[in-house]
Design a protein around this ligand. Structure first.
Ligand SMILES: [Zn+2]
Length: 460
């Protein structure tokens, strides 16, 4: 998970007031809290080799609740791997439903944290620790819920498979393997995206249902030149040639785009957004050709990613000595592509903007994949609306297109509808996923397990 609420970041103040403990009272909630605090202690950072140990712990928990040993598997891939746990459905031939999450976490430097990132601390109504939110909160909620359902001998309509990947934050090799193994899935419910946003008063504002992600792409622009003594410059200088091309790209604006997800999320956010910005949301949602509205939205960092593909220079280097003409200059262009737009189309535009055949434009493959948006399935939207209505009556459900990327892209790329339906409700300003002092409110645990149970029973 990168940004839980790309479109809901309006309330970003952290309250000074301490929050009540809100310890879970339900047996499943208590179990989830136990799974979470134990889970944080596994340092599942890339290179630490701790994912298999965490997976073994989760497996032991699932088996203790009645899962057959053979129904919980771990597929090792390098130092990590992915875990699967299956509850057989009544119709074994029907396409399974995958509940997706990830076990790995982003690295954390203990000396920068107030508390040790891998020692779980429950304090002031929060669980602190790396992964407390991303993604061990929802993983713990789901695992505790599945343990409850297994004990109750619940049988879904179709097979329900929990898939927990082991390198979502880095290479997604386990994701790719899992997506290949479950290419027959009919639906993916991703626990690593989507969630409820609370206002400053702690009351729910909206629920974000993640149905699309921007597509990531890096291109290198490279210029080479014979160079020479800097006292004898010629008409061409590799750094200057490249700099001009980079400026052309930086100044270019890709045309505004819209899909049913951004249309619905902007229209929904407009209602709660005052002034010019809210008016622009409303106007753009109604008419994607309204370039004036698109310009207003693009001027706001929170919304620029919702409106168009963006390509920006992120790295630049060149030259080898202060007194030599540069022999080489390189720039990295980072693009966040509107889903559904082919990468080839973006590359064509970059080449056109560079407008110089001596500048080499090369795509840098980092394993991210082209995936379109998941069409808003009324069955899924209806189920999410129903669980939101129970948990937080009157709270709108807003479809959401994320600026970052999650495991869902590998399933969406295979045409499997994938929706981020996380059960955590918190204030957007308190989301420190990937950052310092990551935390999750304890108060979200009890309603969180109810959330998953109702969602799985409706959609499973
Ligand atoms: Zn995540």
């Amino acid at each position: 998970m990168r940004h839980l609420f790309a479109v809901l970041a309006a309330s970003t103040l952290i309250p000074a007031a301490a929050i009540a403990q809100d310890a879970p009272t339900s047996a499943t909630g208590k179990e989830a809290l136990g799974l979470l605090t134990r889970g944080i202690a596994f340092k599942t950072v890339q290179g630490e080799g701790q994912v298999p140990a965490y997976a073994a712990y989760l497996k032991q928990q699932l088996v203790s609740a009645g899962f057959a040993d053979g129904d919980v598997t771990f597929v090792p891939i390098g130092e990590t791997g992915y875990l699967t746990a299956r509850i057989a459905g009544r119709d074994r031939k029907a396409k399974p439903t995958v509940v997706l999450g990830h076990m790995d976490v982003v690295a954390a430097d203990a000396k920068d944290w107030t508390r040790d990132p891998f020692t779980p601390v429950v304090e002031d109504g929060y669980v602190f620790g790396r992964g407390s939110l991303d993604n061990k909160a929802n993983v713990s909620l789901v695992v505790a819920t599945l343990m409850k359902l297994k004990r109750e001998k619940w049988v879904p309509k179709r097979d329900l498979v929990l898939v927990l990947t082991g390198d979502e934050e880095t290479e997604m090799k386990t994701t790719q393997a899992a997506a290949n193994a479950f290419a027959n899935a009919g639906l993916v419910l991703n626990a690593d995206a989507g969630g409820g946003a609370l206002g400053e008063d702690g009351k729910p504002i909206a629920y974000g249902l993640q149905a699309a992600e921007k597509v990531y792409g890096d291109w290198h622009l490279t210029v080479t030149d014979p160079g020479g003594h800097s006292s004898r410059p010629g008409p061409r200088n590799a750094i200057a040639v490249l700099a001009n091309a980079v400026v052309r790209i930086a100044n270019y604006r890709f045309p505004p785009q819209q899909n049913e997800i951004t249309k619905a999320s902007l229209a929904g956010t407009a209602a709660a957004t005052p002034g010019e910005l809210g008016a622009a949301m409303k106007a753009f949602a109604a008419n994607p050709a309204d370039t004036a509205a698109a310009d207003i939205l693009s001027a706001d960092k929170r919304y620029v990613g919702q409106v168009r593909t963006t390509c920006v220079p992120t790295m630049f280097n060149g030259g080898h000595a202060p007194n030599a003409l540069p022999q080489r200059a390189m720039a990295n262009i980072n693009c966040r592509i509107f889903p559904g737009t082919p990468r080839a189309e973006i590359e064509k535009k970059l080449v056109e903007l560079v407008a110089d055949p001596t500048i080499k434009v090369t795509f840098r493959d980092n394993g991210t994949i082209e995936a379109g948006a998941s069409p808003l399935d009324p069955k899924v939207v209806g189920a999410v609306k129903a669980v939101v209505a129970k948990r937080a009556p009157g709270t709108p459900v807003l479809p959401m297109q994320e600026a970052g990327a999650t495991d869902s892209m590998h399933f969406r790329a295979k045409g499997i509808p994938s929706f981020g339906v996380g059960g955590v409700f918190m204030k957007p300003g308190e989301i420190f996923a990937h950052g310092l002092n990551e935390r999750v409110p304890v108060a979200t645990i009890d309603p969180g397990v109810v959330w998953w149970e109702e969602l799985l029973k409706t959609l499973g």
